[in-house]
Design a protein around this ligand. Structure first.
Ligand code: SF4
Length: 251
């Protein structure tokens, strides 16, 4: 796997490819970002951004949201999907903020993850973007890109967060996560656009793909146009779904 120096170099390249990477959720304070991030589960940021202006007008703070009824809240967030669970989580989160934190959003991982509907990824988003505490949110894009690049080797978000943050200085965490998310959305998609990737020279996945192509005889290549893709997919699957243990040596 990549060491700290190599990881830093890869992030330099990706940050230059995605300058100004940031969360795409719209918010003006920590409470709004917390609510928006809860709503973003199984939804797109753009979809969440369509419902939050009206939502935050109705419920500008934790006290207002804590007093809301589930039946009145559900239609307002219906478009983001899973509206029953989300309305329950939003009201529960707001009540806990009022009862335990005087209505403020705590700048602390343990206190945040103790709130209803708030997992480690959501807490890291809020800490890093709205509370000035370095955080490294790991979503499916971060998992895919870090495993392909050889920065991490696990499909466990907590293990990947622990490993990548051990390789980068704290001040890089939030931007690194934003950059990897954007790279996963735009370039390193499930079907990656490697020819457009500024980190391609350091990518294990691309290297495996090229090795496989070089091994495939020309005739077979012509017959099986999909073969290299399959081999790379196999490598990616191994990297993403293989051992949960983070290896310290390069395979
Ligand atoms: S080279 Fe391809 S697989 Fe590797 S990080 Fe870039 S886009 Fe993803």
């Amino acid at each position: 796997m990549k060491n700290a120096r190599e990881t830093g170099r890869i992030l330099d390249a990706l940050e230059s490819q995605h300058p100004g990477a940031d969360t795409e959720l719209h918010y003006t304070n920590a409470f709004e970002l917390l609510a928006a991030t809860i709503l973003s589960a199984q939804s797109t940021d753009q979809g969440v951004n369509q419902v939050t202006p009206a939502l935050f007008k109705h419920y500008p703070d934790a006290r207002a949201l804590a007093a809301a009824g589930q039946e009145e809240l559900e239609p307002q967030i219906h478009a983001t999907g899973f509206f029953r669970q989300k309305s329950k989580a939003l009201i529960g989160m707001a009540k806990a903020l009022v009862e335990q934190h005087g209505g403020a959003v705590p700048a602390d991982m343990d206190a945040l993850t103790a709130l209803p509907g708030v997992g480690r990824k959501t807490a890291n988003v809020v800490l890093g973007h709205a509370l000035g505490v370095p955080g490294f949110p790991v979503d499916r894009h971060v998992l895919r890109v870090t495993n392909r690049l050889g920065i991490a080797e696990s499909d466990d978000p907590v293990a990947v967060e622990a490993h990548v943050t051990s390789l980068l200085p704290k001040e890089r965490w939030t931007r690194a996560s934003d950059t990897l998310i954007l790279h996963g959305r735009r370039i390193c998609k499930p079907k990656p656009l490697c020819d457009q990737c500024l980190a391609a020279d350091e990518c294990d996945y691309r290297e495996a793909l090229e090795r496989e192509q070089a091994r495939t005889p020309a005739k077979k290549k012509a017959k099986k146009k999909g073969a290299p893709k399959k081999a790379a997919a196999k490598t990616a699957k191994k990297q993403t779904h293989g051992s949960r243990r983070l290896r310290t040596t390069r395979r």
